[in-house]
Ligand binder design. Structure first.
Ligand code: UGA
Length: 337
């Protein structure tokens, strides 16, 4: 099988490439990205072909690459909330428009597409657990620009779903719920808002800066270790008895439900066990800040986000296994050992 991974140099892409090379000796990867920083260690391996390219420009190359693959993962996207509010059009242009071109090529050449939807499509839904087939997608007013990411992904989900019906496009939509692990974000960037929350807190401690609880930190997320997420993706590619065809799966860990406040205290506690962090860990404080000070006025938050994983369990035979403490330790070991 020839697998095209667009955005292979990102967090999910880099782990997916490693897992495919490790586990499936009959799968070949074409890895496209503007940068090879996170996949440089794979270049030169058999069955791994890195193609440096810019999906906003290299249209002919993209068309040839889709034509020559069996399955395409359009993973290139910006997934940082600060960018949603500061540069929403970049989100629309990359996360929606550029990926739409790839989806259209998949329709044209009848290729299977495995698309990263997001937990964010459920937005401010009040359901206890978010369910792929029954939960509503709830976003805020237009002036709350945070929702451009959720809307861009939701629109792509709807386009892909409709193309499945109209053109028999073979697709799977997967929805990561706060996937965490090595290579997630660049923790050397000291700016607030430069990373997702776990790596942001690690970066703050590294730079001796206080940890900020946005609007108090009572908001809840379910954190999922990257290897669990990748196990689900491998099952989706394997597609035994076509079980993943035309399906949507939440891929998250409902057992790792934690408030941001509890997360901050947990990370600060663990940090005291790392030589590179322990001095700062004893000095930094956990402080409350407002979302408008932290992100700006066009931010709006998701208060509680818990996935139902019944579909992934029953259809894919997948279940997350890495608990919260192990997730943090494995991630911190990568950055600080
Ligand atoms: C994330 C991002 O949108 C995407 O990475 C992704 O698609 C999706 O969720 C996902 O991975 O499921 P969010 O969970 O809000 O959204 O992103 P984080 O930046 O990790 O923030 C989590 C929570 O921590 C938010 O409520 C945020 O306000 C809070 N936070 C963040 C703080 O309290 N302090 C900080 O320093 C940073």
């Amino acid at each position: 099988m020839n697998i095209l991974i667009v955005g292979a140099g990102g967090f999910i892409g880099s782990h997916l490439c490693e897992a495919i090379l490790d586990r499936h000796s009959d799968w070949n990867i074409t890895a496209m990205d503007i940068s090879s920083a996170k996949i440089g260690h794979l270049i030169g391996q058999d069955r791994f072909n890195f193609v440096q390219s810019d999906i906003l420009k290299d249209f002919d190359l993209m068309e040839d690459s889709v034509k020559n693959c069996d399955v395409v993962f359009p993973l290139a996207a910006i997934a940082s909330p600060l960018v949603y509010v500061q540069d929403p059009l970049r989100i629309f242009e990359l996360d929606f428009e550029a990926n739409l071109r790839i989806v259209r090529l998949a329709i044209k050449y009848k290729k299977r597409v495995i698309f990263p939807s997001t937990s964010e499509v459920y937005g401010m839904c009040n359901d206890e657990e978010f369910d792929e087939e029954n939960s509503s997608c709830v976003t805020g007013p237009i002036c709350k620009q945070r929702w451009i990411y959720s809307c861009s992904k939701q629109m792509m989900d709807r386009v892909i779903y409709a193309a499945g019906n109209k053109y028999d496009l073979h697709y799977t939509l997967f929805r990561p719920f706060n996937w965490i692990g090595p290579r997630l974000d660049d923790i050397t960037n000291p700016n607030n808002g430069s990373s997702r929350v776990v790596t942001q807190f690690l970066s703050n401690i590294l730079h001796g800066k206080n940890l900020n609880l946005v609007d108090g930190g009572s908001q809840v997320r379910c954190f999922t270790y990257i290897s669990d997420g990748i196990d689900a993706l491998i099952k989706i590619v394997e597609n035994k008895n076509n079980c993943a065809d035309k399906q949507i799966f939440n891929i998250g860990n409902p057992y790792n439900e934690l408030s941001i406040k509890d997360l901050a205290y947990k990370i600060k506690g663990l940090a005291s066990e790392y030589e590179k962090l322990k001095e700062n860990a004893s000095k930094v404080e956990i402080v409350v800040t407002s979302s408008s000070d932290y992100y700006g006025k066009s931010y709006q938050d998701v208060n509680r986000r818990v996935p139902s994983i019944k579909r992934a369990e029953s259809i894919l035979g997948w279940k997350p296994v890495v608990n919260m403490d192990d997730l943090l330790t494995k991630t911190m070991d990568f950055y600080f050992k």
